[in-house]
Design a protein around this ligand. Sequence first.
Ligand code: 15L
Length: 270
Amino acid sequence: MTARILITGAGGGVGTLMRSRLAADGRVLRLLDIAELPAAADGENVEIVQASVTDMAAMEAAMKDVDAVIHLGGHSLEEAWDKILSVNIDGTHTLLEAARRTGVRRVVLASSNHAVGYVERANGEAGDYLFPRPDTYYGVSKVALEALGSLYADRYGMDVIAVRIGSCFEKPRDVRMLSTWMSPDDGARLFEACLSVASPGFRIVWGVSDNKRGWFSLDEARAIGYEPQDNSEEYAAAVLEQHGGELDPSSYAAKYVGGAWCGPDFDTAV
Ligand code: 15L
């Protein structure tokens, strides 16, 4: 089992959901965030670091005695280009370079469905290793994150797995998420697989549950040992009732993997 794991962005949505779920006997979670994190609870085996992923010295220090990194840090929504460039793209480079310099050999990167958001649903199931079709600057940053991971795996022999996360929340929040949902428990199962699979090299896997309404291949995730246990269908009746039924076929959510992110509400370029 991986003994000390550095988790960046530990105070964000996914990081918060993983904090208890990745805890294990004999394991220390080093939780890093630019924001203040809740202190260690009684008996909780965590170390708290407040730092920016763009700070090389801080990231090198945070790598001390670390066996693997789960990189969740960065903006999780669309932002202006300068913020995306600095935090998401340069921050991911800093993270990988700090890992390389300090001899940390395994890095799990949080990518997103928005790296391929403009893939059309009419083409059928979204396969593994789809060519980039980012829907936002945020999506571009996830393409860059995958490219940086690939570079560090090929050039330096590191093991880097990029997880194209669908929607990781306690429950699916809208009709699209009945297809894109990754339950927190399945998220933890997938991260554990990423941490323990032998010599993966560079991989890209989809991060979703085994949803009846899923649009995504689970082949590559299963190939690294992920066994999803959850299915959004148990929430379907309530979600459909709350949101007025199935997706409008003319909506962005029905048309593209990235959903509304492909539409004008997410256009920060203008
Ligand atoms: C993401 O990448 C976002 O970080 C998250 O907030 C969700 O909006 C998710 O994608 C999604 O597509 O549902």
